[in-house]
Design a protein. Structure first.
Length: 85
């Protein structure tokens, strides 16, 4: 997404977990804006340090792996096969 924006693309390339389900429910730009705002609040307020202090990385890594796999599967489900690599 950052590289695309450097070349002038106004569209983000990020796929969120549950993206296809939220789009089916009618989510629009507000979904992406709220996600970005929440990341901004968490990162700038120091809440990420609190989460990392409470939950060790060994607990968070499998969750991040699972979310990544789900996002990949959802992206392939909504993408026509002719566009697959």
């Amino acid at each position: 997404t950052i590289i695309a924006s450097l070349f002038g693309s106004p569209w983000g390339m990020t796929v969120f977990i549950g993206h296809s389900a939220f789009k089916a429910m009618g989510a629009q730009i507000g979904y992406t804006a709220m996600s970005g705002l929440m990341f901004l609040i968490v990162c700038f307020s120091g809440l990420s340090s609190l989460v990392l202090a409470v939950f060790p990385a060994e607990v968070l890594n499998p969750i991040i792996l699972f979310v990544g796999l789900v996002v990949g599967v959802e992206a392939l489900e909504i993408t026509p096969p002719r566009h697959w690599p």
